[in-house]
Design a protein around this ligand. Structure first.
Ligand code: TMP
Ligand code: ASP
Length: 321
């Protein structure tokens, strides 16, 4: 098979049967600390592949777009071919790992709300933390795509956390990668395994790669235990989370806006002399019964043109923040 890419624990091959698919093979190797630690664990690749298969199928079942197509023989998944965005998206529920080191926060501190962080995918720079401002200035991805990735990451966090909670496990943090398929759909890509997430049991014992990073036990039996636990979970018992998106409709510049003029006059009359201009628009809070996908964003644009806004006099914007 034709090798396209070789990562630290995975190889990606061309699919001989289709030009828009790839084959992802999980290897038995593990690295940590930016490659400083490296070892091989016979059987690890197959288990990580089984876990990825379970979690991708589960998320697909809940309506999240992923690159997963089907399981192949051996430690291989057939996936959609994507161009990967050059950012890694990390979501944290509890302080651990680099967050504790960076900010001097105690491991195990529970956050009030999940935190989403971005890292630049560049081994030669050691994948530094990157701000949203820098992502847009360097033109890695657009602001709209960043907001979309945050929303999907938070959905993934909800669904994975709920599934693990059933089994008395806690999702501490995880790293996601996203990409765009040839038809411009943004999908969750890469892998979903304990190599790229932290999972604790009820006594804060790690069921993930921290076992290797911190030499806390046997990696393969830990991964196998997590796999067996996931096999015993009931994905159908996890409720679908509602999503709210905001559609903002504003008068185009240059178009007369009588409600804005009336409001401005009234404000000035009330003594707010600093008011120079007011433009009045509309806000729609739309509640969705599915996670946000590229298709839903396209639907929102069609809703705008067909009903929510007047394309001649108004501009519309979907807000995901
Ligand atoms: P961190 O605490 O080291 O930043 O890691 C946060 C999460 O991201 C953790 O679950 C491990 C995962 N991760 C990767 O999958 N690959 C990486 O290269 C790094 C640094 C972290
Ligand atoms: N995956 C990174 C490495 O291979 C860092 C880590 O997961 O600890 O070095």
């Amino acid at each position: 098979m034709n090798l396209i890419y070789e990562g630290k624990a995975k190889r990606v091959f061309k699919d001989p049967n289709s030009k828009d698919r790839v084959i992802i093979e999980f290897s038995d190797s593990a690295t940590a600390g930016d490659g400083a630690k490296k070892d091989t664990f016979p059987g690890k690749g197959a288990i990580a592949c089984d876990i990825s298969e379970i979690l991708f199928s589960y998320l697909e079942g809940k309506g999240i777009d992923t690159h997963y197509v089907k399981r192949l023989k051996g430690p291989q998944l057939l996936c959609k071919k994507v161009s990967i965005f050059p950012v890694e998206v990390v979501c944290r529920n509890i302080a651990a790992g680099s967050f504790c080191k960076r900010y001097g926060i105690e491991r195990g501190t529970v956050f009030e709300k999940p935190l989403v962080e971005f890292f630049l995918k560049d081994d030669s720079l050691h994948d530094p933390l990157i701000t949203m401002g820098a992502i847009t200035r360097i033109k890695l991805v657009t602001r709209d795509i960043i907001q979309f990735l945050i929303r999907v990451t938070l959905s993934v966090n909800y669904y994975l956390s709920e599934l693990l909670k059933q089994q008395n496990l806690t999702l501490v943090d995880f790293k996601l990668e996203f990409g765009k398929t040839e038809d411009e759909t943004i999908v969750l890509a890469d892998e979903l395994s304990p190599d790229s997430m932290r999972i604790w049991d009820s006594k804060s014992v790690s069921l993930d790669k921290d076992v290797f990073r911190e030499e806390k036990g046997d990696l393969v039996s830990t991964y196998k235990m997590l796999l067996d636990t996931l096999r015993a979970a009931s994905p159908e018992d996890v409720d679908i989370a509602k999503e709210v998106v905001q559609v903002i409709v504003e008068p185009k510049s240059g178009i007369k806006n009588p409600p804005g003029e009336v409001t401005k006059k009234a404000l000035v009359r009330l003594g707010f002399a600093e008011v120079d201009d007011v433009r009045v628009g509309k806000v729609f809070n739309i509640v969705l019964k599915k996670p946000i996908t590229t298709e839903i964003l396209n639907h929102l644009n069609i809703m705008n043109v067909k009903l929510l806004s007047n394309p001649i006099s108004e501009k519309h914007k979907v807000r995901l923040e």
